[in-house]
Design a protein around this ligand. Sequence first.
Ligand SMILES: *Cc1c(COP(=O)(O)O)cnc(C)c1O
Length: 451
Amino acid sequence: MHTFDESAKQLAEAVIQYARDRMALDPIPLDGPRSMDELTAAVGATVTPEGIGGARALELFDKELSTSCISVDSPQYVAFIPSAPTKAASMFDLVVGASGLYAGTWLEGAGAIYAENQALAWLAGMAGLPKETAGGVFVPGGSVGNLSALVAARHKARLRRAGDLPARWAIAGTDQAHSSVIAACDVMDVDFIGVPVGDDGRLTGERLRRTLEEAGHDGVFAVVATAGTTNLGIVDDLAGVGAVCAEQDLWFHVDGAYGLAALCAPTVRAKFDGIERADSFVVDPHKWLYAPFDCCALIYRDRADGRRAHTQRAGYLDVVTENEEINPSDYAIGLSRRARGLPFWFSLAVHGTQAYTVAIERTLEVARFATDQIRNRPYLELLHEPDLSVVGFHRVGWTPEDYAVWSQGLLVNGTALVTPTTHAGRTVTRFAIVNPLTSEDDVLTILDTME
Ligand SMILES: *Cc1c(COP(=O)(O)O)cnc(C)c1O
């Protein structure tokens, strides 16, 4: 019988050597996509009845496949939201894969869950949630996190309004809310009530109250505020929104997938005032907290709310669901789970939380530098005073085609990944700076190409 192991010993050396070399790359090349035809020509069929062997598979990955993927950890990657895992976190991702861990239940994964929960507790503590009740789980991303939190919110509303259920449920948020929030409404089949934002782009308590009054919807059960919009990094008025939620008994969810990492950054901490009122929030360590994909912390103010909504029941699960311990699978959609919080935990344990403060403050410094540069160059227009490390701007006179040609050119010659976006109906662009190795020089290089 094939036990898969015959060639494993030789492969181990090669695979670990590959990982070591990849992590030591300096500079990290940006790389970029190739077409389906090019890849077919270079790689061809790899899944065959006999197998192509470890050496060949690894070689193809090294030479052809990996180089056809953009390196999200390249300091010149400043589009979307980059990811810049620490080496400690990346290395530990290998360990997690090698360790035969199942982290859905305490019975099976107690040690891993214990460690993951310390990382969650650090985040919950910075947000000021009550220690005794707060808790949650690491899920694959902000999208799953937002959906899971909102499902828990509705579950709670259903229990509370049993006997008086509305015809339709609804969630309120701004049109700046992340696409995943709209997708969550779709999945849950609930209405979305869009609150108009002012010129500052922010959801405020006052605007929320007015919109709720006007909408007159009797099924609103939750409000989603964003702590760091993806497009421009805008932090909503969390204190104001939280106060309205408290007053009207609405679940207050904060989507901080990108921005809440900066809870540990003193120069911007005050922008998050009010986060301590959240019933739930998400933050992605794979974005601005230096963990590899895929890792989102979903945290409830009272983890019992999550458990009531998400615990799956089955005869073969009674052995784990009927004990008192923490079973991470009870807090989100999904049952089986990788201990995906462990790489983040390991890096936190290795470096200490202060190192995160330093790294994030460094990215904020570079973002402020970029902001000043943009303000001082007559051919550029700053879109919004940045709250965090996303800087949106426009090249005066450029059309969408100009942006497309420019962006493509920078990628093809390996200079940078900066992509166009839209804001207020116009094509514009943005820097998202989360990599502490992204420097002032990188900013200057890119801005000079726009002159
Ligand atoms: C990235 C992001 C998400 C989605 O997170 P994923 O991890 O990509 O699923 C949600 N909300 C905001 C504000 C984001 O920036």
